[in-house]
Design a protein around this ligand. Structure first.
Ligand code: B12
Length: 221
């Protein structure tokens, strides 16, 4: 029986070297041994995908390899995700989330979605390559307090500025959060967003802070 550290390494290595079966087996073993699923996801699967990003940037990997790595990651995520415990007594809030129009990158967005979900939020996931107006429509339909958008390309991130303008025109009482590799705190401020988080790990705490500010402004604090 492999140790927790060995399983994390197997998950990471399996994503990097697109060994989907290895990832699934390690994920299953981690579940059976009762290891914390969230740690397995973040330190194993997500950490592996970060290495894949570097390999792609260095042109050692190309699109086909990256797609196989993503398949391996999702293979493990499907097994581990149901075992991440939901936090009890968290803030009850709603978030609309999606990857912006033109952008099919959704791995990071799905990790952020998972963090909101396990924190007890009601998550409305629009998926990827989401038309700009869809964010506005979904916010109005659900009356969600938070809209979270992900962009992984410098070209697509410009769409987020348009969405912010459209949403604020229709409903100023919404907190909008941005994220994704090319997005920085400065970009988020420049686009008129209410929040920004660098990683899935701090997205929920940023969301809670945004809602607190929103409620304070509305005199509901
Ligand atoms: C995986 C990947 C793909 C996969 C996507 C699979 C999928 N289902 O997502 C595939 C192969 C399909 C792909 C395609 C393309 N890709 Co690509 N891809 C990547 C790669 C290698 C890794 C991205 C990733 O998943 N990282 C791992 C996750 C865990 O990290 P993350 O996404 O950054 O997310 C974290 C944070 O950013 C944050 N976060 C993310 N979203 C959000 C949202 C909120 C609200 C918050 C708070 C936080 C947050 O939290 C996450 C977890 O901590 C990057 C390289 C890189 N170094 O990032 C290129 C990269 C993003 N791709 C790039 C490009 C150019 C493309 C293509 C145009 C390539 C092509 N020639 O066809 C196409 C574009 C297709 C399209 N229209 O979108 C460029 C973008 C360049 C730019 N700056 O504009 C990059 C940077 C590579 C490069 N250096 O050139 N790609």
């Amino acid at each position: 029986m492999a140790t927790k550290a060995e399983l994390i390494e197997l998950l990471k290595d399996g994503v990097i070297n697109y060994k989907e079966e290895q990832v699934k087996q390690a994920a299953q073993e981690a579940v059976e041994a009762g290891h914390p699923a969230l740690e397995m996801i973040m330190d194993g699967l997500a950490a592996g995908m970060e290495v894949v990003g570097d390999l792609y940037d260095r042109q050692e990997y190309f699109v086909p390899e990256v797609l196989m790595c993503a398949d391996a990651l999702y293979g493990g995520l499907d097994i581990l995700r149901p075992h991440v415990p939901k936090r009890e007594g968290g803030m009850v809030a709603q978030v609309v989330i999606g990857s912006i129009q033109g952008d099919v990158h959704d791995i990071g967005k799905n990790l952020v979605k998972m963090m909101f979900d396990v924190a007890g939020w009601m998550v409305h996931d629009l998926g990827r390559d989401v038309p700009l107006e869809k964010f506005v429509e979904e916010q109005l339909r659900t009356d969600a307090e938070v809209v979270a958008m992900s962009a992984m390309m410098t070209t697509t991130m410009l769409g987020m500025k348009k969405v912010i303008k459209m949403i604020k025109e229709k409903n100023p009482n919404v907190a909008i959060m941005l994220g994704g590799a090319p997005v920085t705190k400065d970009v988020a401020n420049l686009f008129g967003a209410d929040g920004y988080a660098e990683s899935a790990g701090n997205a929920v705490s940023e969301g809670i802070k945004m809602i607190a500010r929103l409620r304070q402004m509305q005199g509901k604090a």
